[in-house]
Write a protein that binds this ligand. Structure first.
Ligand SMILES: [Zn+2]
Length: 153
């Protein structure tokens, strides 16, 4: 069971029975899939964990999130401060944001980031990289080879 799944069980213990059988079904379904699809299905954005310090919000697991979505902390950080319309700084794997933000608010922005700057627009695979060509930023897919321009920020 992943950390996120355990967290879900803690948050919603009434779903414990349902989750258990769902998990069994999922395991069975996954075992019948070819390797490539399995890898893709397991791509998961970690649950954002924040700490409020006065008028600041600290994303405690920022470095873990950047790693999981396969992007640099710097790139994800720039996106978040822009999309949340605030300022902030990075320090030893934690992101500090000016202002009060909920875990859901930050999570939503990270999901938008993943949709626009991580997942392939053609096949949905997360195995992509950002490449700059002729001053244009492209999202390039390692799985299917598709290349799409993305909006800089
Ligand atoms: Zn692709």
């Amino acid at each position: 069971m992943t950390v996120a799944e355990k967290q879900r069980l803690i948050n919603y213990p009434e779903h414990l029975l349902y989750m258990r059988s769902y998990e069994e079904l999922l395991e069975k379904a996954l075992s019948e899939l070819p390797e490539e699809v399995v890898r893709r299905e397991r791509f998961e954005i970690p649950k954002v964990s924040v700490l409020r310090e006065g008028s600041r919000t600290i994303v405690k697991n920022f470095s873990q999130i950047a790693k999981a979505v396969n992007r640099s902390e710097e790139h994800l950080y720039k996106y978040l401060v822009k999309s949340l319309g605030t300022a902030g700084f990075l320090e030893s794997g934690r992101l500090t944001l000016q202002g009060k933000f909920s875990e859901d608010e930050v999570q939503k922005e990270i999901e938008s980031y993943v949709k626009d700057y991580v997942l392939c627009k053609e096949c949905g695979a997360p195995d992509t990289t950002l490449v700059r060509e002729e001053r244009i930023l492209f999202l390039k897919c390692m799985a299917c080879g598709a290349k799409h321009p993305v909006r800089p920020f």
